[in-house]
Design a protein around this ligand. Sequence first.
Ligand SMILES: C[S@@+](CC[C@H](N)C(=O)[O-])C[C@H]1O[C@@H](n2cnc3c(N)ncnc32)[C@H](O)[C@@H]1O
Ligand code: SF4
Length: 410
Amino acid sequence: MPPNPLAATLPAATLPDRLWLPDSARRDVLETPFGLYIHVPFCASRCGYCDFNTYTASELGPGASQHDYVDSVLAELRLVRHILGPQLPTVGTVFFGGGTPTLLPAEHLAAMLDEIRAEFPVAADVEITVEANPESVTRASFARLARAGVNRVSLGMQSAVPHVLSVLDRRHTPGQALRAAEDARAAGIARVSLDLIYGTPGESDEDWQTSLGAALSAGVQHLSAYALIVEPGTALARQVASGQIAAPDDDVLADRYEQADQVLAAAGMGWYEVSNWATSAAGRCRHNELYWTGGNWWGIGPGAHSHIGGARWWNRKHPAAYARALSVGDSPAQGSELLDDAARRVESIMLGIRLRDGVALEVLSERGRARAGEAVTYGLLDRAAYAGGRAALTLRGRLLADAVVRDLTD
Ligand SMILES: C[S@@+](CC[C@H](N)C(=O)[O-])C[C@H]1O[C@@H](n2cnc3c(N)ncnc32)[C@H](O)[C@@H]1O
Ligand code: SF4
């Protein structure tokens, strides 16, 4: 095992093996685009459908606080810098995700960005995104974020229809999401994205059309649309199990997806990943593109996942356990794995096939290439792309993307 990079700086008792970064990953780090993800695990209330690693004030318990969270993040950023050593990658993207990053004072997010600039080389055109709930932002808070360098905001709009928002337990009105998009731009944050959810029980085709129309009226460059997933353990799952709410219907979900793609394409928004549309290549989320194209990222915060050159690891999930590790100079990492070449190839197919350009046929196994030929005849892969040496999904293929992936990789 190569020497631990922290060996010279920390006493032996605080040197767990999990701080080790394999040589193969280290070699990759300067050659591959690099981004930082900062997880903010706090929400004002929990939406019934959501199982993200996030905590309301009453769920948090002792040993962690929203107020002190910034200190843990600053400590982890310094640790990352130590582990990566003197040859640091240039940060091309920063993504504050949640949870609700905008529940923290803008000054705390600004302090994290200052630390990143102090510890790492940062690209001149760095993309800095903050996820925000519409009711947690104002024009003034956006202005503070813009001054700190934030240049992209992703707003959780979900729907423009009050009864749909109510089933989703959202705390904002349709108008608040649109106003937030306007406020972000007015404050100087040029790039705005809206998240929508479709297939919520009780949502009609007309409701979905209303939501799409409202989102387009905001004039944003980017939209994400997700099928509602009933995650085990959520309040929504309990309501579905008790028969109080109907489960989302697969045929309805497929119809809604087609409706979205048609409406968005007609308005000049093209899909670039199965759940993501943008007005142009410049409007795409570069940070998420890192995830989909085998880039490197370091995930900061409780439960955050990281990937560098085939090495993957993840942090302790609870904010108290995360804060405790950092307070004694330890790594918050809890587990790790090193992908071999075969696993990396399969993963690159799983993620790449969901992109508009798909994947090169030559990365598929012989069997996978034969299956790709069959998928063309079933209308799941694009014939012209296939003739040009690529496996790229058709609209029908996008609706069955998981099945296509299984076919091409097994
Ligand atoms: C975890 S949230 C973080 C952003 C912010 N807290 C919000 O809710 O607006 C990111 C996005 O994931 C999507 N999401 C979360 N849970 C989902 C589920 N069960 N089904 C579909 N989409 C989901 C929502 O569209 C949400 O905007
Ligand atoms: S959807 Fe967003 S606001 Fe709702 S609980 Fe999840 S992270 Fe929090």
